[in-house]
Design a protein around this ligand. Structure first.
Ligand code: F6P
Length: 329
């Protein structure tokens, strides 16, 4: 049954992603536009357990649209995984008369939200996908992905200058524990000579063959993009194994871009995506929606159940992968 939503809260959880602030801003501004009271919960589910709630006004979200990170801070809460933690969190929501919650984060955030509404269905919850990994089912893009890609590609461009000057092979590790979305697009946009991702079985022999093909046309430097979660091991192991089979380059180096990818001012695409999803999340709560994530599919707002968002996996575009391999030669 549709319930009367009067007070809502918003939190960011899991790994921060550029654009989370733009989403918070859109939630706050549209909530106030609909005469709702809006609270920010600090440090994700940890703040919900600790009762760390802040009433937010329009001016609290001024001057944040361009800022990376999250003004609400974030955490990966272990306590929220326990029934005791969730009970404390529920009691704090009730103490603040909150009837609707918007959680901005990734798979772990939505898993927590799903568990919570199974136990406490009187709180309506909607999820907004915020993770640089882009590995969420139910949306073409997640908030932060585009910014992370631009950061990674800029790093690869810089590495290319020095790789070319020194005739070196570089292995560049990008984020993606379980998925190769960042790696694949960084490889395409960065003109990489190879890409290793968790979704594909590639052997050291395959990689060596590809590099030798390049050497035949006098390509004396190369860059291979390695997703964190690739199946061949750490980027250092991969570099060592490849070194045993190739003598094309003057040297082989490893660069781990790491958390650099998570910071920085969000791109226009991320700001717009975050604004659209945050804005519509408030409207969806008012319409009585709960237990769903919002995403963008073919440029339209799309809803997906928490269940599907956390149990189904988003498939990588296989044709793009095929293309990346061909263009790498
Ligand atoms: O934000 C997602 C992600 O960037 C993964 O790709 C990465 O493995 C992980 O977060 C790192 O998380 P943490 O900062 O907690 O080590």
């Amino acid at each position: 049954m549709k319930k009367d939503i009067k007070r809502i809260a918003v939190l960011t959880s899991g790994g921060d992603a550029p654009g989370m602030n733009a989403a918070v801003r859109a939630v706050v501004r549209n909530a106030i536009n609909n005469d709702l009271h809006i609270y920010g919960i600090m440090r994700g589910y940890e703040g919900m357990i600790n009762g760390d709630f802040k009433r937010l006004e329009t001016s609290d979200v001024s001057n944040i649209i361009h800022r990376g990170g999250t003004i609400l801070k974030t955490a990966r809460s272990q306590r929220f995984m326990t029934p005791e933690g969730r009970k404390l969190a529920y009691e704090n929501l009730i103490d603040h008369d909150i009837d609707g919650l918007i959680v901005i984060g990734g798979n772990g955030t939505f898993t927590g939200a799903q568990k919570f509404i199974e136990e406490y269905p009187d709180i309506n919850i909607l999820g907004v996908p915020g993770t640089i990994d882009n590995d969420l089912y139910g949306t073409d893009f997640t908030i932060g992905f585009d910014t992370a890609l631009n950061t990674a590609v800029e790093a690869v461009d810089r590495i290319r200058d020095t790789a070319d000057s020194h005739n070196r092979l570089f292995f560049v590790e990008v984020m993606g524990r379980h998925s190769g979305f960042i790696a694949l697009q960084t490889a395409i946009a960065g003109g990489a000579g190879g890409v290793l991702i968790p979704e594909e079985d590639t052997t050291i022999e395959d990689l060596v063959k590809l590099l030798k093909k390049g050497a035949k046309r006098s390509k004396l430097f190369s860059i291979v993009i390695v997703a964190e979660g690739n199946k061949l091991g750490t980027v250092y192991d991969i570099a060592r194994k490849v070194e045993e089979h190739v003598d094309i380059y003057d040297d082989i180096k490893v660069t781990v871009i790491g958390h650099l990818q998570r910071g920085g001012s969000p791109t226009t695409l991320d700001r717009v995506l975050a604004s659209v999803l945050g804005f519509h999340a408030v409207e969806a709560l008012l319409e009585g929606k709960t237990g769903q994530t919002l995403g963008l599919k073919n440029n339209n707002v799309h809803f997906c159940s928490f269940h599907d968002a956390i149990t189904k996996s988003k498939t990588l575009n296989k044709d793009m992968l095929r293309m990346a391999h061909i263009l790498a030669q």
